[in-house]
Design a protein around this ligand. Structure first.
Ligand SMILES: Nc1nc2c(ncn2[C@@H]2O[C@H](COP(=O)(O)OP(=O)(O)OP(=O)(O)O)[C@@H](O)[C@H]2O)c(=O)[nH]1
Ligand SMILES: [Mg+2]
Length: 317
């Protein structure tokens, strides 16, 4: 028996077969052709799942907090998928495995699907295939997706594109250590958390954060929550706060706007990827190769090369 095709796997994943979903996620990570095929197959679908982005500096407690949130999220939405972007390879184990065990110690079984993706040096704290992975989870009927971004402590603009709501996790002392990134992180967030509130300085951090947030103009009130994720302290209030944010955002049309912008972004990415593939095909073709050589020799202008590329790229595969 040969390997099942991508379409066979997709059909079975959409019907609810978790192992097919897991295999497809591995395939789209490894192979951009498969990623394109999945995107194309799912292109007509609507963005309906809620994506909660969980971001913040390294070690802030993002994974621990996600783990603590799961019992609440599954009570509200029945099922929750977790996508955690990890700097290492998905096959290397290590910290990633630790995360998984921590998160899976819930006994929530079928109601939780946890997956990590290797960022492989992509900027913005996300892996290349993350948006396709979200699209796939959506098609497979996961109504809520928690997306943990890499804790790089930089502006996490990418996650803003994908998430319906961005939760920024900070720790006491944030005001002192992350001075340079303050503006970026405060801009990115819809809901803020001061985790490790058992440590000194939580009050001061709240004051600092309130200061930075007072400069923002959000159509929806932005709240700050204190949590001690390791003890589940404050986690229920946080979940209520996220739900309140979603309700307020829905009321002013912000959710619809975000879902639409996610669709637009996906569309743009598909076009960009196709465009890149075609440029590469032209570059490798006899015609393109000769035109490039002529340009390098100074016999052809770059403008002429570009015109030739545009004229011939659609004829190549
Ligand atoms: N004291 C205290 N420690 C915490 C709390 N929450 C998490 N930790 C600890 O902080 C460490 C980092 O937690 P993680 O959940 O792995 O943090 P993370 O943000 O996911 O880390 P990266 O993904 O590596 O950026 C772990 O040792 C946790 O046990 C808390 O509320 N209080
Ligand atoms: Mg983590």
């Amino acid at each position: 028996m040969g390997e099942p095709t991508t379409q066979t796997l997709l059909k079975s994943a959409v019907e609810g077969e978790r192992s097919s979903l897991a295999r497809l996620l591995s395939k789209i990570e490894r192979d951009s052709k498969v990623e394109n095929e999945i995107r194309t197959s799912l292109a007509g679908g609507q963005a309906t799942s809620l994506v909660i982005g969980i971001t913040g500096p390294p070690g802030a407690g993002k994974s621990t907090l996600i783990s603590a949130l799961l019992s609440h999220t599954t009570a509200s939405y029945e099922k929750t998928a977790v996508l955690a972007v990890d700097p290492s390879s998905p096959f290397s184990g290590g910290a990633l495995l630790g995360d998984r065990v921590r998160m899976q110690s819930h006994g929530l079984g079928d109601r939780v699907f946890i997956r990590s993706m290797a960022s492989r040096g992509e900027s913005g704290g996300l892996a290349r295939a993350t948006s396709t992975a979200i699209q796939l989870l959506e098609a497979c009927g996961w109504p809520l997706i928690l997306l943990e971004t890499l804790g790089i402590g930089q502006v996490e603009l990418e996650v803003m594109d994908l998430a319906t709501v961005v939760t920024v996790i900070l720790n006491p002392g944030w005001g002192d250590t992350f001075q340079a990134n303050k503006a970026g992180l405060t801009e990115a967030g819809d809901v803020f958390v001061i985790n490790k509130a058992d440590k000194d300085g939580a009050q001061q951090t709240r004051a600092d954060l309130q200061d930075s947030l007072s400069l923002m103009h959000s159509p929806v009130p932005i709240q700050i929550f204190d949590t001690i994720a390791v003890k589940q302290d404050g986690v229920e209030s946080l979940w209520q706060g996220i739900k309140d944010y979603l309700k307020d955002a829905q009321a002013v049309g912000l959710i619809e706007q975000k879902l639409l912008s996610r669709r637009r972004r996906l569309l743009m990415r598909i076009l960009q990827r196709d465009f890149d593939d075609r440029i590469s095909a032209y570059w490798r073709s006899d015609r393109g190769g000769n035109q490039v050589l002529s340009t390098l020799a100074g016999d052809l202008t770059i403008e002429a090369l570009r015109n030739d590329l545009f004229a011939h790229m659609t004829k190549l595969d």
